[in-house]
Design a protein around this ligand. Structure first.
Ligand code: PMP
Length: 359
């Protein structure tokens, strides 16, 4: 067996120790006599898994008491439509910051349920920057202000919590949740698919302030109604039990890494190294303005496009996989989530230098 360094944008690399633990527990979880996959979601064993999952996530993010933590299905994509249906609360408008492909999608989908006002856009810079907050056009009648804290495709990340201008702040944290410290109390709602920093695909975390729920439009299916799911511990339907379990293992691993504080320091170091290598090279470049560069997804292009294919082939030959950029932006992208060790980033940097030397 030879495991490679996997720079996939998601589903993405897992901590190897978590995979080994899952392997060890595959046939029997603790002394339950069965695999997690075989357990009733209402049984005493799975109840422990579910409780630990929620309490570990609450502890890692210091989620205040007046927030619900939900584990839903349908991905972050479903949330694009479900957020307006759940929290518009009679209002007809919501404000959105358009900073890349994912916020663009969120705006498009929300448009079926409300007037999705684009308060600011960086489309004119091809999504390589974040517009200054002083230029945002905020409508005080809006139900919330939505932004995507890390644009997975364009490699653009907010480095701090933006001003909400008095509106409940809603954030898609799919690709940077648990990678850096956040103050949950500054948000109305945070959502994230788990398949990057939290576990496998199949679970969508929604952290929502109590006062925002309970006013969903009548047409929302109960399984997508936040208040209904909160009342039922996210078990109004059968949850993705095995994915919940794996998320739980990843959270325990993260605690061993020093929690979010500990991993953030490593993420800062990993990203700094890789950007420095790109900036110093004559072959590679990253188009994103320095202050908005993502610590999680590092897109880069080669000065000569004809080298793309040889680069990818040579990278794979060196055990470095999934470096092809998203089809909409081309070039390369290295996703360096929590589970990518510093050694993986160093191996990529060494390979890139060697490729540049020989091409
Ligand atoms: N938002 C962001 C920032 C993402 O990166 C992704 C997935 N790459 C999504 C939303 C959509 O997630 P899903 O496919 O789980 O619906």
């Amino acid at each position: 067996m030879s495991r490679v360094y996997n720079f996939s944008a998601g589903p993405s690399a897992f901590p190897e120790s978590v995979l080994k633990q899952a392997q060890q527990e595959m046939l029997e979880w603790r002394d339950s006599g069965m695999s997690v996959m075989e357990m009733s979601h209402r049984g005493k064993h799975f109840s422990i898994i579910a409780e630990e999952l929620e309490s570990d996530l609450r502890a890692l993010l210091a989620v205040p008491e007046n927030y619900k933590v939900l584990f839903l299905q349908g991905g972050a994509s479903a949330q694009f439509s479900l957020i307006p249906q759940n929290i518009l609360n009679g209002k007809s408008k919501a404000c959105y910051l358009k900073t890349g492909a994912w916020s663009e999608k969120a705006i498009k989908d929300a448009g079926a349920y409300c007037n999705a006002v684009v308060s600011a856009s960086s489309e004119d810079t091809k999504f390589t920057s974040i517009p200054e907050a002083s230029s945002w056009l905020i409508d005080s009648q809006a139900a919330y202000l939505h932004y995507t804290s890390n644009e997975t495709i364009h490699g653009v990340e907010f480095q701090s919590c933006p001003d909400s201008f008095g509106l409940p702040l809603v954030s898609d944290m799919s690709s940077n949740i648990l990678s850096r410290k956040i103050d949950v109390s500054q948000y109305g709602l945070i959502y994230a698919g788990t398949q990057k920093n939290m576990g496998p695909a199949g679970v969508t975390v929604v952290i929502v302030r109590d006062d925002l729920i309970g006013h969903a439009s009548k047409s929302v299916p109960p399984v997508f109604n936040y208040a209904e799911q909160a009342k039922n511990q996210s078990m109004l339907n059968t949850p993705a039990t095995y994915s919940w379990y794996l998320c739980g293992l990843v959270l325990k691993w993260l605690k061993e890494q020093g929690g979010v504080d500990g991993i953030e320091q490593r993420n800062i170091a990993k990203a700094a190294k890789l950007y420095q290598a790109i900036d110093q090279s004559a072959l590679y470049s990253n188009p994103v303005e320095t202050a908005s560069r993502s610590r999680m997804n590092v897109p880069f292009i080669l000065a000569d496009e004809s080298l793309d294919k040889p680069f990818l082939a040579a990278a794979e030959a060196n055990g470095l996989f999934e470096l092809k950029g998203h089809r909409s932006v081309g070039g390369m992208r290295a996703s360096i989530y929590n589970a990518i060790p510093e050694a993986g980033v160093q191996a990529l940097i060494d390979f890139m230098a060697e490729f540049e030397r020989t091409h």
